[in-house]
Design a protein around this ligand. Structure first.
Ligand SMILES: O=C(CO)[C@H](O)[C@H](O)COP(=O)(O)O
Length: 244
């Protein structure tokens, strides 16, 4: 990507993205995330394809990422060809450092992102260091994707779980629609003490397609900030590695 000089937050995102892109090797099937940080990953993979002859194929998590991947000349594939992906690299809105549990979906791509994440052997999260939180829910609402039919009923049930619920809208007041043509309910729960139980409760609401709690999925986070690049893996994994 060329043009304007990057502001510090964007520079950190780019640093994390470039570091994560080094994990992508010849022959890999790669999940491409969505959002401003994932954009840098897609750009770096495009550069490596052009300049280093990297050979990969990829599945994008949104129409926007698909358009960028095509511009960058990244060959695209399908789950028919690759039901399992070697790696997915994506951004996040919140990261709990101890567990690497995440909130994702501020960009509205959470459904495809979770499908891609679930299919990937490694889910690497890239972000600037501002995304760390003590508890999920502290910085951002948890987005919940619901089918348009009966959304008010699903919204009421989400509120009964303790959330302040707002259907996501455009500035002109029209409903935001995901790439899958569903609605997003932005749910402010405040700090979430037990995300696993909350996840199950949300899945129990008829009409809910997916939510933005990505639990026990990330295998690594790569963040960049004023103190440099930080790489984390889930605590249990680190302990196992240390014991070997
Ligand atoms: O989940 C996402 C989109 O649905 C993004 O990955 C998340 O919102 C982070 O975005 P950014 O890198 O722009 O901060």
């Amino acid at each position: 990507m060329t043009g304007q000089p990057l502001d510090p937050a964007a520079l950190f995102k780019q640093q994390a993205a470039i570091q994560a892109a080094t994990l992508v090797k010849d022959g890999m099937a790669v999940g491409l995330g969505t959002g401003s940080t994932a954009t840098f990953v897609v750009a770096e993979l495009g550069r490596r394809i052009r300049e280093e002859g990297l050979r990969i194929c990829a599945i994008p998590t949104s129409d926007a990422t698909e358009a960028q991947a095509r511009e960058e000349g990244i060959p695209l594939t399908s789950f028919g060809e690759h039901p399992d992906l070697d790696i997915a690299i994506d951004g996040a809105d919140e990261i709990e450092p101890g567990t690497l549990n995440l909130v994702k979906g501020r960009g509205g791509a959470l459904l495809r992102e979770k499908i891609v994440a679930a299919a990937a052997k490694q889910l690497v999260i890239v972000a600037d260091a501002s995304k760390y939180v003590e508890h999920l829910g502290m910085l951002c609402p948890v987005p919940v994707e619901v089918v348009p039919f009966g959304w008010e009923s699903a919204a009421t049930r989400l509120a009964r779980l303790g959330a302040h619920v707002a259907p996501r809208k455009h500035r002109d007041g029209s409903f935001y629609l995901t790439d899958e043509k569903n609605l997003i309910m932005d749910c402010v729960f405040g700090p979430i003490e037990d995300p696993d139980t909350l996840s199950q409760s949300i899945y129990g609401i008829v009409g809910v397609i997916e939510h933005g709690l990505f639990l026990h999925m990330a295998t690594q986070t790569i963040t960049a900030g004023p103190e440099g690049i930080k790489i984390l893996e889930p605590a249990r994994k680190q302990a196992t590695q240390g014991a070997l």
